[in-house]
Write a protein that binds this ligand. Structure first.
Ligand SMILES: *Cc1c(COP(=O)(O)O)cnc(C)c1O
Length: 362
């Protein structure tokens, strides 16, 4: 068996030890005599799994007791509609910061449900940085402010938490969840598709302050109603059982590693290796403003279309997969989530040096 270094933006790498544990338990989980995939979600064994998953996540993220943790389906994209349906119900208004494609999609969906405006945008800078905001950027009667904390496609991330005063802050953290500590109490709601940094595709995490749920719009489908989901402990219907089980193994892995402080140190070290190299030469260009650089998704270009095409193809031959940038941006993108080992980034930098030496620009 030969495993590659997989730089995919999502679904993406999972820690090897997690995959091994899942493989060990594949045919028979504990004393159950069956696979977790085959188990009733109402069974004794599964009850322990989902409760442990929630307890571990609460522990590693230090989630305050007045927040609900929901394990849902539908991907982050479903939350683009669920958030306004559940939260835009006091004044029917919400303010969005546009920092890339996903926040723009979220904004467009929310427009169907109320009075939604753009509070700030970095579109004119090709989303190469995070917009700056002050409290005055937001309407005082907005029901919430929505941001995308890490922009997977462009490779940018907030290096500050916008000051929204009393207005609840909602953050899409799909591509940076559990990569470093965050102060959950600064947010009204955090959501994330699991397939970037947490588990296989199929699970969506929502962490929401209790006082924000319970007054959704009448048109809200039951499956998108946070109150129903919270009251049923994410078991209103069949939850994504196996994904939650893998998420639990990932949370255990982080805890054993020393928690999110330690995870952050490892991620910083990986990102620094790549950015320091990018800053030390002029063959590759990193298009993102330095102060907005993502620790998870690193974008770069050669400035030459042919070479941008050749790079990911050659890299794949060297065991470095999925380095092609998003189709809307071009160039290259290395997603270096929690599960990417330091050695993978070292191998990438070595390959970049070799490629630059072997492919001089005309
Ligand atoms: C991938 C991604 C999404 C879309 O997630 P789905 O689970 O595919 O709906 C939304 N927001 C961000 C920041 C992402 O990285």
């Amino acid at each position: 068996m030969k495993r590659v270094y997989n730089f995919s933006a999502g679904p993406s790498m999972l820690p090897l030890s997690v995959l091994q544990k899942a493989a060990d338990e594949m045919l028979c989980y504990g004393e159950s005599g069956m696979s977790v995939m085959e188990m009733s979600h109402r069974s004794k064994h599964y009850d322990v799994i989902i409760k442990e998953a929630e307890a571990l996540l609460r522990e590693i993220m230090n989630i305050p007791v007045n927040y609900k943790v929901l394990f849902l389906q539908g991907g982050a994209s479903t939350q683009f509609a669920a958030v306004p349906m559940n939260l835009m119900t006091k004044n029917g208004k919400a303010d969005y910061i546009l920092s890339g494609q996903f926040s723009t999609k979220a904004y467009k969906q929310a427009q169907k449900y109320g009075d939604v405006v753009v509070a700030a945008s970095s579109k004119d800078d090709n989303f190469s940085k995070i917009p700056e905001t002050t409290r005055e950027s937001f309407r005082p009667d907005a029901d919430y402010v929505h941001i995308c904390f890490n922009n997977t496609i462009y490779g940018t991330k907030y290096n500050y938490i916008p000051d929204t005063g009393d207005i609840p802050l909602v953050a899409d953290m799909s591509s940076c969840i559990i990569s470093e500590p965050v102060d959950v109490s600064k947010f009204g709601l955090i959501y994330a598709g699991a397939q970037k940094n947490m588990a296989p595709a199929g699970l969506t995490l929502v962490i929401v302050r209790e006082d924000l749920i319970g007054s959704c719009m009448d048109i809200t489908p039951e499956m998108l109603n946070y109150k129903l989901m919270a009251d049923a402990d994410s078991m209103y219907n069949t939850p994504p059982c196996y994904c939650i089980y893998i998420a639990k193994l990932v949370y255990e892995w982080i805890k054993e590693l020393g928690g999110l402080e330690e995870m952050k140190k490892l991620n910083e070290k990986k990102a620094a290796l790549l950015y320091d190299y990018l800053d030390s030469q002029d063959y590759y260009i990193a298009p993102v403003s330095k102060e907005s650089r993502s620790m998870m998704n690193v974008t770069f270009v050669t400035g030459n279309e042919e070479l941008d095409k050749k790079f990911p193809a050659e890299a794949a031959k060297a065991g470095l997969e999925n380095l092609k940038g998003h189709r809307s941006v071009g160039g290259m993108r290395a997603s270096i989530y929690n599960a990417m080992p330091y050695e993978g980034v070292e191998a990438l930098v070595e390959f970049m040096k070799k490629f630059a030496a072997e492919n001089p620009k005309a």
